[in-house]
Design a protein around this ligand. Sequence first.
Ligand SMILES: [Zn+2]
Length: 69
Amino acid sequence: MAEFYVEINAQDNDEHVVHISECSLLPSKETMQYLGSISNTKSAVKKAAEILRKQATGCSHCTPAYQTF
Ligand SMILES: [Zn+2]
């Protein structure tokens, strides 16, 4: 399990990036929405999309390690 966050501000392609709490590229906490303790990236991205009602995607730096759990 990992603590997942999603960026409130979208990227240029309108997707919101999902990170784990340990990510070194994590933006400031005020610009993040906490998603909870989640077992894998796929579930976290799905939850982020539901909360924001927008497209979400996993951070390429931190989320690949949680792809298969
Ligand atoms: Zn990240």
